[in-house]
Design a protein around this ligand. Structure first.
Ligand SMILES: Cc1cc2nc3c(=O)[nH]c(=O)nc-3n(C[C@H](O)[C@H](O)[C@H](O)COP(=O)(O)OP(=O)(O)OC[C@H]3O[C@@H](n4cnc5c(N)ncnc54)[C@H](O)[C@@H]3O)c2cc1C
Ligand SMILES: NC(=O)c1ccc[n+]([C@@H]2O[C@H](COP(=O)([O-])OP(=O)(O)OC[C@H]3O[C@@H](n4cnc5c(N)ncnc54)[C@H](OP(=O)(O)O)[C@@H]3O)[C@@H](O)[C@H]2O)c1
Ligand SMILES: Cc1cc2nc3c(=O)[nH]c(=O)nc-3n(C[C@H](O)[C@H](O)[C@H](O)COP(=O)(O)O)c2cc1C
Length: 539
């Protein structure tokens, strides 16, 4: 519903001035939001907070903002871009759009079809009556593709005639503060009100969160590869006892980690710094340099290799980024393991120019955190990656390498809930003899019929590479049949190569086994995404 503005659009005011005046006059006339944000139910100003989100950050922000906006007197709703058609957007008066960037400068999965439809020249409707602002989430480590999805959407909305009320804000990994500033500016522009409102966000008040992580005890660290493997994948378990925490299968776990002390010592020595020098911490306070580098800043072994001559400690510190917790797909169902959460982690170790580098988090968990010790954890919901609520629906899971993690959880959950739907798993890794992760559990599921079908692809057991998508293509007609029965299709693991190739194979199967053209196959896949029957947890 559009509210007729009291100050007409052609009046000689800026958008912000007009918004403020409208808010003021509406308050006076009791027919809209008052300047202090209060509004009568029938006259609430509509606000759509649209999100493009892969791993849930933009989605949580959008939902939090919708609650805050409701408190400010808006008729606010948060909606994924996959649930919006450009034709519907035309009817919106106020749109705040929050999106992450994924892959290599790509739209998050739930924004792809929306982007495709507004980006087609000539076919997208004009958005002249829409006021908007974009908040872009990203990571500066991605260089040129930093916040690219948000930048593209921001430009395109303007090209279509929508009016930008507040400049786009691009956020690096630490997005909370910038997001708050952006939303405050947006609310000011939309209402003219700057009056503070009490936080309505229950997440900020109680429980263990990213800001207040639970110190979880490490209770399991079991190698999953056998002798002869070139990989080091670990089954990691944390105790949740006493936390009151629970999770859903599909969620990820955030884990706070520490740098390797040897790497930190080498970096300090290479620069000639005093390890005990007092330095500022990223969130306030101070600590000795060595402790600060182990616990609070990203430190890469590369830093110790080529220190800049004459680099002062102050300049060195200015260029450091805060150490970030890492996300891991949860590999267990709480119905099968009460008070525990399990992960499947590939230890990252590689050499460049003869120097061995260690992934910070994966080697902290694999090598440095001892059983019985604790580290901070929090749950990161993944609402886009859920089992079907209809337990009779078939599921197809494609999870090579550590991509198996959420599917172990899904299969445990489907067993615990006695879901009658069929289960099909595609698993792959380098060698059957050494890299068949969770072999015994998976084979037991095949034997007791819980896994209706298992296809494995061991890439290095023969001359030619056999990958999960090879197996999908070989099973094309049965896979098509499952899709036609309403199967949900899930992919987890490597984003750069595997997930793209699997997507291509899916399109190809729909064409060959389903007898569709390339365009029809694309439409079929888009429809699956819309129905939330195609979900990816890729990294
Ligand atoms: C939603 C989500 C779920 C995830 N789930 C899982 C999971 O279930 N299991 C899992 O193991 N991981 C998972 N990850 C990845 C995980 O979060 C970490 O990124 C991973 O463990 C590496 O972190 P690290 O701190 O050990 O490595 P870092 O210290 O962050 O180092 C990794 C970086 O090292 C560089 N690098 C790595 N390998 C090479 C190489 N061969 N040559 C040159 N440079 C290289 C790259 O720049 C890479 O970004 C997930 C990520 C996300 C976002
Ligand atoms: N963000 C990070 O820092 C980070 C950390 C850990 C893992 N990862 C990503 O997550 C992935 C998972 O690592 P992982 O060790 O569990 O498994 P992985 O490296 O993905 O390997 C699992 C299997 O997938 C195969 N594979 C390689 N290319 C493929 C392709 N294009 N399509 C389908 N399968 C393909 C591999 O074969 P071959 O090896 O024989 O080619 C192997 O058999 C890694 O590839 C990596 O990209 C990222
Ligand atoms: C696999 C992967 C790829 C990413 N690619 C980019 C990128 O190309 N550019 C960028 O700015 N950020 C990139 N990011 C960072 C995300 O945009 C950032 O983590 C964001 O907060 C995620 O929000 P979401 O949970 O709503 O998807 C990437 C993150 C991951 C894990």
């Amino acid at each position: 519903m559009k509210i007729v503005p009291l100050i007409p659009e052609n009046a000689p005011f800026s958008v912000e001035q007009r918004a403020w005046l409208n808010g003021f006059l509406a308050g006076v006339l009791n027919r809209g939001a008052a300047p202090n944000g209060a509004a009568s139910a029938e006259s609430k100003r509509p606000l759509l907070i649209a999100f493009g989100s892969q791993s849930g950050n933009a989605e949580s922000l959008a939902k939090r903002l919708a609650r805050e906006a409701t408190g400010r007197g808006f008729a606010a709703r948060a909606a994924g871009l996959d649930s919006l058609q450009p034709a519907e957007l035309v009817k919106e008066e106020n749109v705040l759009l929050i999106t992450s960037t994924w892959g290599e400068g790509d739209m998050p999965d739930n924004a792809v079809s929306f982007w495709d439809s507004i980006n087609q020249n000539g076919s997208s409707p004009r958005l002249d009556g829409v006021q908007f602002s974009v908040l872009a989430l990203g990571d500066k480590n991605y260089g040129d593709t930093f916040c690219l999805a948000g930048k593209k959407l921001d430009t395109r909305l303007e090209e279509l005639g929508a009016k930008r009320i507040v400049d786009r804000v691009d956020c690096d990994v630490e997005f909370d503060d910038l997001a708050k500033k952006w939303s405050a500016s947006a609310f000011t522009a939309l209402t003219g009100s700057t009056a503070p409102v009490a936080s309505t966000d229950p997440e900020e008040e109680a429980g263990f969160t990213k800001k207040n992580p639970f110190p979880a005890k490490l209770i399991d660290n079991t190698p999953l590869n056998a002798r002869g493997s070139s990989k080091d994948t670990r089954h990691i378990g944390f105790s949740l006892a006493g936390s009151g925490l629970n999770y859903e299968v599909g969620d990820a776990l955030g884990v706070f980690v520490q740098n390797c002390p040897e790497v930190v010592d080498a970096v300090i020595a290479a620069h000639g710094f005093d390890p005990q020098a007092e330095v500022a911490l990223p969130d306030g306070g101070s600590a000795a340099l060595r402790e600060a580098l182990i616990k609070h800043y990203e430190v890469r072994s590369h830093f110790g290799k080529a220190p800049e001559a004459g680099l002062t400690l102050a300049v060195f510190m200015e260029n450091l980024r805060k150490l970030q917790p890492r996300l891991y797909s949860i590999a267990s169902s709480s119905k099968a393991h009460a008070d525990e959460v399990h992960l499947c982690i590939a230890a990252v170790r590689y050499s460049t120019d003869g120097v061995v580098h260690k992934g910070v988090a994966s080697t902290y968990l694999a090598d440095r955190l001892s059983l019985g010790e604790t580290t901070g954890i929090y749950f990161h919901p993944a609402n886009h990656f859920r089992l079907p609520t209809d337990l009779t629906k078939p599921v197809i899971m494609v999870g090579p390498g550590t991509g198996i993690a959420p599917f172990r959880a899904f299969l445990e959950e489907r067993q615990a809930t006695q879901a009658p739907g069929k289960n099909w798993l595609f698993f792959g890794d380098q060698k059957r003899a050494s890299d068949f992760l969770y072999h015994d559990q998976i084979i037991e599921w095949v034997q007791n019929g819980h896994l209706t079908r298992l296809d494995t692809a061991f890439s290095r057991d023969q001359e030619e590479k056999i990958y999960v998508q090879t197996r999908m293509l070989q099973a094309a007609s049965e896979l098509w049949q499952w899709l036609e029965e309403g199967a949900h299709f899930y992919v987890c693991g490597d984003a750069k190569r595997m997930a793209k190739d699997v997507d291509e194979a899916l399109h190809s199967i729909i064409q060959t086994a389903g007898g569709k053209s390339a365009d029809e196959a694309a439409a079929y896949v888009a429809q699956m995404k819309k129905e939330k029957r195609y979900a990816r947890d890729v990294y």
